[in-house]
Design a protein around this ligand. Structure first.
Ligand code: ATP
Ligand code: MG
Length: 436
């Protein structure tokens, strides 16, 4: 999902992000208060503390507590035990008025060995200090005490936020070896926050980059999607390339950097120009635009995208060249081109591709203007006029059903889209002449 926290068009007053942030924090503070009344320690944790210190709107508030999962479930009316094995309970806050919001309430824990480089084999409940030490980056390992109004920092995260630095908690090599997804996460947060990677952390990432190959396709897909969703996507992608991560997760895209790097520059140019909230298919279509459709298809298959998303993104890559024919196409062909599913994505990708190449927008303007005109036209002249003739009509006129039906119906529709057939009588005469 596009990140509206960084969308400059999102209003910052009224119902905008800051009002939402205040509302989320107030609700989370009530959950914390309830845990405290029951004798437990409870704090805001992770990303929301970081974003609060940076003065940014927050996406959600995660709560960390000394209360055990069973106790959390007892204390709140509506809970879901999604990650109960890891000590995570979702508390649903549903006020009499306003939307229901889910808060993750996680028991302070330290993680055991990461046997599979993905998930700890076991967890142990502990205090907030050890909980901070299991987290990936210092900027993500802070707590906030909403009662006292102060930060609890066991890892030097506040100083790193002030210095705008991304640093692994503890020994970077150890932390990355425990969970290789953290290699990509570090690059993502550096890009998104516009922070520098601390030298030891960056060196550890370069060294361990090949290990990102052990991360599941789904986690890589989701992490790369987060990187290219955010407006900082250009720097995010450049960082993954410089750190040697892209060569492992998307070697075909990394290979675009070879030679004079023109196609790599074009890829970055396309991505950075995409409008405020691109769809996921548009983002991936943009990322893979400089590859051939077959390669794009293989990548999306490998990353286990849904068939629907894969087909859409591959069509974006495959049909990008068709805009060059738009001004010489027949009216019928152009109408068929413009009315396809997801045409807006095709049009937007074409626009940013031309802009990135410093090329003229004639084909784009032609398509955009024709699309607007035909959409505004009455149904009979628009993109999808009601059919003049159906298969039922053909049968009624005595023709035996068969493959010829499709051919003649397409020919009728073509002529209708061209404006040369305008009534059922004309269409019937057209059919009888062709079928005789
Ligand atoms: P966002 O605003 O994108 O949600 P976030 O910091 O909340 O950012 P999440 O992925 O939601 O990030 O994770 C919440 C917290 O859990 C992080 O801040 C971090 O402390 C911890 N965390 C998440 N994933 C990992 C990981 N793979 N290894 C170690 N700690 C992690
Ligand atoms: Mg989060």
């Amino acid at each position: 999902m596009p990140d509206e926290r960084d969308d400059p068009t999102t209003p910052t007053d009224g119902a905008g992000p800051s009002a939402r942030t205040a509302d989320l924090e107030a609700r989370a503070a009530r959950i914390v208060a309830r845990l405290r009344e029951a004798g437990h320690r409870a704090l805001f944790a992770g990303g929301c503390v970081r974003d609060r210190l940076l003065g940014r709107p927050i996406a959600d508030v995660d709560i960390a507590t000394s209360a055990r999962p069973e106790e959390v479930r007892r204390l709140f009316r509506r809970t879901i035990g999604v990650g109960a094995a890891f000590g995570v309970i979702v508390v649903i806050d549903r006020p009499r008025e306003g939307e229901a919001v889910h808060f993750e309430v996680a028991t302070f824990r330290s993680d055991g060995d990461y046997g599979d480089g993905r998930r700890p084999d076991s967890i142990t409940f502990c205090d907030d200090r050890e909980d901070a030490l299991r987290r990936d980056l210092t900027v993500n390992a802070l707590f906030w005490d909403p009662d006292e109004g102060n930060v609890i920092d066991h890892v030097g995260g506040v100083a790193d936020i002030e210095a705008r630095v991304i640093r692994a908690v503890g020994d970077p090599r150890e932390r990355f070896a425990e969970d290789h997804l953290r290699l990509l996460r570090a690059a993502r947060f550096a890009a998104r926050l516009d922070f520098e990677l601390e030298a030891e952390t960056a060196a550890a990432i370069r060294e361990l980059a090949p290990k990102v190959a052990t991360v599941s396709a789904e986690r890589i897909r989701d992490e790369m999607t987060k990187i290219i969703t955010h407006p900082s996507r250009r720097r995010g992608l450049e960082l993954t390339a410089e750190l040697g991560l892209l060569a492992i997760v998307l070697p075909e895209v990394d290979a675009l950097r070879a030679g004079d790097g023109a196609r790599w520059k074009q890829t970055l140019g396309i991505l950075e120009r995409l409008e405020a909230k691109p769809t996921e298919t548009l983002l991936w279509g943009g990322l893979l635009h400089e590859l051939d459709a077959k390669t794009a298809d293989a990548i999306l298959e490998r990353l286990r995208f849904s068939t629907k998303a894969r087909v859409r993104a591959v069509e974006l890559v495959r049909d990008a060249g068709r805009f060059g024919e738009a001004r010489t196409m027949s009216t019928a062909a152009l109408k068929r081109f413009l009315r396809r599913d997801g045409f807006e994505e095709h049009l937007e990708l074409h626009r940013v591709d031309r802009l990135a190449a410093g090329a003229a927008l004639d084909d784009f303007e032609h398509c955009r203007d024709r699309l607007a005109a035909w959409r505004a036209a009455p149904p009979a002249d628009g993109l999808r006029p009601p059919p003049l003739v159906t298969g039922g009509d053909l049968k009624g006129w005595g023709y035996p059903p068969g493959p010829a039906f499709k051919t003649i119906l397409t020919a009728v529709e073509d002529a209708q889209l061209e404006g040369t057939l305008r009534s059922k009588d004309e269409a019937e005469a057209f059919v009888r002449e062709r079928m005789s």
